[in-house]
Design a binder for this molecule. Structure first.
Ligand code: UDX
Length: 458
């Protein structure tokens, strides 16, 4: 089928490339001509593992095109996907101006039978509003608008598209549903679960899914706090509850608070939609403020437990909102670092992929290409992103480079015993902290180990 995609950002390029992999003829559209010229050459404006290879393969196959000309991209298309940005508005509701502008720009070029498919994450009722906007532009034209939300995680977007947990097809008329089914026909053969429903439900599914996942993270973060104060270990607790198939093991990893381009924005929009429709989402409203507070609280914890004073140096390892991406949108680093700087601390930072993107948001931070260089002379080190290379850090070497001995592992990547043997004071989340092993055979004491000692004779 011939498919046009309006918006060549993260979702547009990934979706376009994967639809071409399914065998469709795809044209990605963007008003930014420079971006289109780069994409035509196979150069990506974003980092996503495997996407550059897949994109170049698809360009080579002749099924993937790019254009800055709306008429050229849209004319003759069986479906036009809308994959433009939906930023947060001032009050937390989402700003749909780009979505509706895209609708108005494609309206004159739609053929009878072209289905407009909403891929951007939008609030309940947007497909209907889009229908009305296009109808206003085209008069008596038979407008078809469907909804097909994406569930792509940055860092594993291609896998998420090609091996989906489910595909949600939202349509309010049989023809649009038929077109959606045809686009996703290869998945029907592979028996991927497909949810066929009305557009309003498809829109609600996307928000409810993200809000629920964010709630899981918020929940385990609070359980981690409880484990820590009571002497428990959150990894055992998470495993113990996650094995219950009704709960599931995913998204039970404590951290410095969720970030990224979706969860913070989508939870705010979900709460705002709840208020608009008179069905307040109290749980999600509480989650939003708890998540913001967590980032501040964890910044204060570095200063307090590290006994840090103005002028001392903190090395931050990890700026991206999670591993395998260069994205720093609403990353914990962007809350925690300014907080440290406000208290007069000097901050050095490292990230394997996100130095460039982070430099646009952080001032006065010395950025390092090498993690060990970053930690040289540090009074405390903080891990904020779960990059594999941090898990493999040579802790003795790290300790040798540091002035202080505090290591705040806010992703629980390191083994307390290894940190302790390397002479580090490890503060992790939801488990007992580890003091440096001072003398061989002497167990850590005091507040660093709140475990109850076993009786000597059993
Ligand atoms: C998310 C959804 O997972 C995806 O389905 C949707 O389409 C877009 O939003 P993404 O933002 O790429 O994807 O990242 P995700 O892997 O979901 O992580 C979001 C945030 O939660 C990150 O900051 C991550 O570090 C944090 N997280 C995730 C945790 O703190 N603990 C977990 O157990 C999982």
């Amino acid at each position: 089928m011939k498919i046009a995609i309006v918006g060549s950002g993260y979702v547009g390029i990934t979706t376009g490339t994967c639809l071409a992999k399914l065998g469709h003829d795809v044209c990605c559209l963007d008003l930014n001509r420079e971006r289109i010229t780069m994409l035509q050459k196979g150069v990506l404006p974003i980092y996503e593992p495997g996407l550059d290879i897949a994109l170049n393969e698809m360009i080579g196959s002749g099924r993937m095109h790019f254009s800055a000309d709306t008429a050229e991209a849209v004319q003759g298309a069986h479906a036009v996907f809308i994959a433009v940005g939906t930023p947060s508005g001032a009050d937390g509701s989402i700003d749909l101006s780009q979505v509706f502008a895209a609708g108005r720009s494609i309206a004159p070029h739609l053929m009878a039978g072209t289905v407009v498919v909403m891929k951007s994450t939008v609030v309940a009722g947007t497909a209907q509003s889009m229908r009305e906007i296009i109808a206003r532009e085209r008069g008596a034209f038979d407008v078809r608008v469907a909804s097909n939300p994406e569930f792509l995680r940055e860092g594993s977007a291609i896998k998420d598209f090609m091996e989906p947990d489910r595909i949600v097809l939202g349509a309010d008329d049989p023809y649009s549903m038929k077109v959606l089914r045809k686009i996703y026909a290869p998945f029907v053969k592979e028996q991927a679960p497909i949810v066929e429903t009305r557009t309003i439900n498809a829109e609600l599914i996307k928000y409810a899914a993200n809000a629920f996942l964010a709630l899981k993270i918020g929940f385990i973060n609070e359980v981690a706090d409880l484990c820590e104060n009571s002497g428990g270990d959150v990894s055992d607790v998470a495993r113990g509850i996650g094995l219950d198939t009704r709960i599931g093991a995913a998204f039970l990893q404590p951290g410095p608070g969720y970030g990224g381009s979706c969860f913070p924005k989508d939870t705010r929009a979900f709460a705002s939609t709840g208020r608009e429709y008179g069905a307040r989402q109290h749980l999600v409203e509480a989650l939003i403020s708890r998540n913001d507070e967590r980032k501040k609280h964890l910044a204060q914890r570095i200063i307090r437990e590290g006994s840090l004073n103005a002028g001392q140096r903190v090395a931050v390892l990890g700026l991206a909102f999670k591993a395998n991406t260069d994205d720093v949108r609403e990353a914990a680093s962007l809350s925690i670092i300014p907080h440290l700087q406000e208290r007069g601390l000097e901050v050095a930072a490292h990230d394997p992929k996100a130095l460039q993107t982070a430099s646009e948001h952080l001032a006065g931070v010395s950025l390092h290409e090498d993690a060990y260089d970053c930690c040289r002379g540090a009074d405390a080190v903080v891990i904020l992103t779960e990059w594999e290379e941090y898990r493999a850090l040579d802790l003795r070497r790290l300790r040798g480079l540091m002035v202080g001995d505090h290591l705040f592992d806010y992703r629980n990547l390191l083994e307390p015993s290894a940190a302790s043997e390397a002479g580090l004071r490890l503060v992790s989340l939801g488990r007992v902290s580890a003091a440096p092993a001072s003398r061989k055979g002497v167990a850590p004491i005091g507040s660093w180990d709140r475990r109850v000692a076993a009786p000597e004779h059993i």
